[in-house]
Ligand binder design. Sequence first.
Ligand code: PHE
Length: 455
Amino acid sequence: MKEKRLGFATRMGAIAATVGSAVGLGNIWRFPYQAGENGGGAYILVYLICVVLLGIPIMMSEFIIGSSTHKSMKGAVQQLTPGSPFKIFAYVGVLGALLICGYYCVVCGWVIEYLWASASGTLLGHSPEEYDTIFKTFVSSPDRCLLWTLLFLVLNFLVLSRGIKNGIERLSNVMMPLLFLLLIVFCVNSLLLPDSDDGMDFLFNIDFYELGWKGVVDAMGQAFMSLSLGVTCLITYSSYFKEDTRLMRDAVTISALDTLVAILAGIVIFPAVFSFDMQPNAGPDLIFNTLPTIFQQMPGGIVWAVAFFVLLFFASITSTISLSEIPVTFLIDEYKMSRGKAIAITAVLMTVISVLSALSFSTLSDVKLFDKNIFDFLDYVGPNFFMLLGGLVTAIYVGWVLKKDVIHKQLTNGGKHKSRFVQPYIIFCLRYIAPVAIVIIFLYYTGVLKYLDLF
Ligand code: PHE
């Protein structure tokens, strides 16, 4: 029954799928643009600290919940701590996943547009300024944005409902290493550009004045976004791990790979940004302006462009599949729905949110939530609020509520391995560092820190 619910052919496939979930637009689109908006080096340093002190421990806490029960969030909490109110946070996960998907699928639509333009030969041959205009014209045309977003949603739900998810995941096991190789080629190419040093300085020179509290919040939210944390996704995926999975080793490997992909994306983008005199703080447009400029100065540019956007498409769909799986699994578990019905309801909800955010730059550009258009609002509140809130709850639950022997058993694979340093590190981060850091961030949002004249 469990296998049928999620449909992994082998339990080991679940680990590959977890990497598929983590590596996506978060690494290649969001990380560079956030780093660019927050001044580069200092943001990256804070991001790395967040991965080590929050990301890996919270990933471990989700793994411990999932792999000790083989259930998704709500059932797992019921089994581990009967009657505990923590199960209501399954709702935070579902809501967070829906909101994130609602703008993520729009960016997937942009990827398809750029893939189409590359393949039809119209993408290359423009100046950097023209790429800026091309992107802005595209996102402000409601028909094209909607067309690609809806096409992406159809593909996503076809994969989920036809049970070919497994095939896509296996395919992505080939695609991911290829994407990785391609990024390395692009890195070399970018480093050979004139003035590439300025880009590397921007990326790796640490200047905290550029960062500010906004940058810290962004780096924290980005670590959660990139590692797929706080929305119960990893609880569900780890509920399919094999008994003998070494959770800590896998969490470290997944986090390291994911971070490496993000840093590589930065090394591709920023040297080019400086070399071609573009703006590092261009926001969500950044990679869509920079990449075409990079491709067109490479020999055989069209081929590189098509290959890149195809691979990025696969990296993205394995992430949206894992995001969509959160509400689907929830509806099945909570309301005993058939998988088909759960997928249909999730598809309707996601389509409504995606359509609204796809129109944020055109028809609905006047609709503002907290001074942001719908797309920007979702891109802010999904990672920086819902994921952090989910992460806070998971950290408190595993750090303070869950019995130590459950944690010990998972970390040592039932006593087979030692966890002399790992367990204290995980517990310390979950008990103190994560709650304190996330609560400070929430106080910052609500303006309490400013009110107290603290920051
Ligand atoms: N981690 C994915 C990315 O970086 C996005 C994601 C978030 C996927 C949450 C699943 C759950 O693109």
